[in-house]
Ligand binder design. Structure first.
Ligand SMILES: C[S@@+](CC[C@H](N)C(=O)[O-])C[C@H]1O[C@@H](n2cnc3c(N)ncnc32)[C@H](O)[C@@H]1O
Length: 310
C-alpha cells in the first residue's frame, strides 16, 4: 500500500471517541495553545487543529513511539502548528516547559489503549490473538506482562486481578496462571487466555471472561492509575487561566479518580453535573465509545488562588 493509502486507511479507520463533545468543552480558537496527552493516531488532535485554524497550536504527547509516528504522518499538513513529544503524561509539566508552552488553553486525555495497539497482536494486549505477553504502551522500557506475572506470587497476582480487573474469580484464575507458568505453558497471550478460560469457561454471552484479567495486568504494567493521578495533579499548573481539561475514561477505577480529583481541587471548576456519554448513534458505530465517560473542568483565574486556599 502507498504511503497515502496508509494515511487514508488511518483516517478512515479511526473514530475519535466523543469528538464533538470534546470540541464543545474546549471551544478551540485561533491562536490558542492545546495539548493532547494521549495523541494515539491523532483523531482528537486533528479535530482541535482544524477548529483552531489558522493559528492554533497543538502539542501531541504519547508514550508509544508507533503512535507518534502514525500521528506525525496524519497531521503533517498542519506544519509547524503541531509538535510531538514521546513521553508519559506524568511528565507533562516539564514537557510543556520544554515546548515553550507552560500553560495551555485546553487539554484532552483519551485514556487507555488505542485500537491500533489492541489490533497489533505483537503488542500483546489482545486476548483473542496470539502474541508475546508484553502489554507495554511504551515498548522501549519497563516490565512486560510476562515479567510482571513472574515477579508476583499467586496471592499477589490474585490481588492484582481483583483490584484492577474487579475479577471475582481472582484466586482460582491466579492459581491457574501460576500453574501454567510452572508447566512452561505461559509464553503468549493465548496461553494466558487459556489459563483464564480453564477457570471461567469460554465466553457465552456479553464480554469475554478474559477481558477483566487482561485489563488488570495492562493497568499494572503501564502504571495507569499512578500516571492518571500525576496528570490530574498537574492540571492546575498546566492550564492557563480559564483553560479547560477534557478527560475521557473507560472504566470505573479511572472515572472515580477523575471525578474525585476534579471535585476536590478548588482551583478547578467542574463543568457539568454528570459525565458526558456517547449518543446512541455513536455507541452503535463505535463500540469503544460505549463505556466512555467524559468529564471537564476549567482553571479558575490564578488571581483567586489565595482566596480558594484560605
Ligand atoms: C485511546 S488512545 C488515544 C486515541 C486518540 N485520542 C485518537 O483520536 O487517535 C490512547 C493513547 O494514549 C497513550 N497513552 C496512554 N497512557 C499514556 C500515558 N500515561 N502517557 C502518555 N501516553 C499514554 C497510548 O499509548 C495510546 O496511544
Amino acid at each position: 500500500m502507498s504511503e497515502q493509502g496508509d494515511i487514508d486507511s488511518i483516517t478512515r479507520s479511526h473514530l475519535p471517541v466523543l469528538r464533538d463533545e470534546v470540541l464543545r468543552l474546549l471551544a478551540p480558537r485561533d491562536g490558542g495553545v492545546y495539548v493532547d496527552v494521549t495523541l494515539g493516531r491523532g483523531g482528537h488532535a486533528e479535530a482541535i487543529l482544524e477548529a483552531s485554524a489558522p493559528g492554533g497550536r497543538l502539542i501531541g504527547i504519547d508514550r508509544d513511539e508507533t503512535a507518534i509516528a502514525e500521528a506525525r504522518a496524519r497531521l503533517a499538513r498542519f506544519g509547524e502548528r503541531v509538535s510531538f513529544v514521546h513521553a508519559p503524561f506524568s511528565s507533562l509539566r516539564e514537557e510543556l516547559v520544554s515546548a515553550g508552552a507552560p500553560h495551555v488553553d485546553g487539554l484532552v486525555a483519551d485514556l487507555g489503549v488505542s485500537s491500533p495497539q489492541l489490533d497489533d497482536a505483537a503488542r500483546g494486549f489482545s486476548f483473542k490473538s496470539e502474541g508475546p505477553l508484553d502489554m507495554r504502551m511504551d515498548a522501549s522500557r519497563g516490565e512486560t506482562a510476562r515479567e510482571l506475572i513472574a515477579s508476583l506470587d499467586e496471592r499477589e497476582l490474585a490481588d492484582v486481578l481483583f483490584q484492577y480487573g474487579e475479577e471475582r474469580k481472582s484466586r482460582p484464575i491466579a492459581r491457574s496462571i501460576k500453574r501454567a507458568e510452572l508447566d512452561g505453558r505461559l509464553e503468549t497471550t493465548l496461553d494466558l487466555s487459556r489459563a483464564i478460560w480453564r477457570v471461567t469457561g469460554p465466553r457465552r454471552a456479553g464480554i469475554d471472561p478474559a477481558t477483566r484479567s487482561f485489563q488488570a495486568l495492562r493497568i499494572v504494567v503501564n502504571a495507569e492509575l499512578a500516571e492518571l493521578e500525576a496528570l490530574l495533579a498537574s492540571l492546575p499548573d498546566v492550564l492557563a487561566d480559564d483553560g479547560v481539561a477534557a478527560i475521557i475514561s473507560f472504566h470505573s477505577l479511572e472515572d472515580r479518580a477523575v471525578k474525585h480529583t476534579l471535585r476536590d481541587e478548588p482551583r478547578l471548576e467542574v463543568l457539568g453535573k454528570k459525565p458526558i456519554e456517547a449518543s446512541d448513534d455513536e455507541a452503535r458505530t463505535n463500540p469503544r465509545s460505549r463505556s466512555a465517560k467524559l468529564r471537564g473542568a476549567r482553571r479558575r483565574p490564578r488571581a483567586n488562588d489565595a482566596e480558594v486556599s484560605s
